[in-house]
Design a protein around this ligand. Sequence first.
Ligand SMILES: [Zn+2]
Ligand SMILES: [Zn+2]
Ligand SMILES: [Zn+2]
Length: 511
Amino acid sequence: MRSPTAIITYDTAPSHQWCWLPQWYSGGDSAYCLLAKFSRLNVLTIRETCEVFIKPNEKADNKFKIGHPHYPRVDLRLSTNLSIGRLSNILRLDPASLQSGFVDTLFSNAVRSSATYLKWCSTCANSGFHSAVYQLDFVHTCPLHKTSLLHRCRKCGSQLPYELHAPTGVTLFCCPQCRTDAAPALSTPKHGFAISDESAAVLASHVDLIRFADQLPTLIDKCRASVGSPYMPLLLSKPDNRQRALSFRHFVANVLTTVSVKGRRQAQLELSLLEPISTFIERPEMKNAHAIQPKKRRVAHSAVSIAKATDQKLADATAIYRVIRRHLWRHRVCGHRACARYAMRALWWDLDGEKTEAFCATALAFMRWRMQWEGRRVPARMLERPERAATPYGLLAWISRDAPIPSVYWSTKFETWLNKYILAAACFDSFRAWEQRCLRDEHNGKIAWSFRDHDHYARRHWACSGRGTSFEPGLLFLEPSIGSASEFCRSVPFDRAHFRRSRQIIDLLKR
Ligand SMILES: [Zn+2]
Ligand SMILES: [Zn+2]
Ligand SMILES: [Zn+2]
């Protein structure tokens, strides 16, 4: 048996039987991946890998002859049976970062909902990478390559156990039945066995967000307990997954602090708390005025009542949307209304996927903003009076995807109030994003009309707590600003020369 202490690693090109360089670690590799790389590069059998890294069973020396120690079956999701110290010494890596190779240290609440078999991305695996996050049941795609994760051998359909077990004799990343190699590139040594720094950063931010989501229920329960109302509704928006994990965490932490401090009604003036943007208190009926537990609302179950509730929500949303549209038309589009009207009249065809010359940015922003929310592809249709009874798909998408999922403790009035605020914020934010986008387009002179553009706009996080009663007021929080969204948009001033220029460009646009 080779003694683990005899292992030597080299800074320069490894010339010995053992080879390992710290730069072959990507910075988020799972323990499975690290052991696979190490054993492949050193041509170790699974038994030899166990000899190097695993503590033998305590009684093994008494029961078996020396040289044939008995190794436990090591579930690689857990950091318990592996010695992190030994791993860190041999691979010359920081023990703290090695901990991130295990499901139990990364996601303490989610170990039960993680797979006991390997789930992998073949592109990542062939670049020498696998993350513990892939093992979670609800993770189905690789955050780097956007491809579905594999969980069965491509040849025979068997699962690859996520463990280190000496008697199996199967190399890691290989099928236990047909021995098909899931990461053949690992056996053909090349320059590196790690993913790029940018990819590692994308992955780290993704892992961070999932870790935070894993802890959220615990944090929310703690907050409720600290206020003394275990049933208090506390809702958070979905995190905006475009690299904004950190701001989501800050926002949630601020909200939870504010809610628990306000709930305890303590004067903590020294704390600078995030103030709710608005508070809702519904006047209670006299007989319920002192009720501590407001009645639960009956939740619609039948298809008809759900459809009715959605219709009502859509009607409410449309009303708010129209008020905002009128406001923007009068106070933001201002003089450029002439440009917008002229453009809408001229553009009578479906523009999705087309590339045209760009014209007045303000008119463009307003048109594209309306096209987003009203789900339209033909600008000319937006001039029809009375407005055609077309379904505003943008609003409908917002209701199904971004509107808060109502709590049973909310009254209908409170829910309508919340939706009104959150939708209004979303409408104004998207208008600002369109303004910035169209100013850029006007500057470059070209527009690519795509109806999925707004999907990439950053969304502000929101949170709400309480039931909207005098006993438990409804508080609504909105993230103050996103990135450069607070930048003031300077559009071109409107004058005759500007309108003439816009008209000339629009006149040249042909289907
Ligand atoms: Zn991948
Ligand atoms: Zn197989
Ligand atoms: Zn204009």
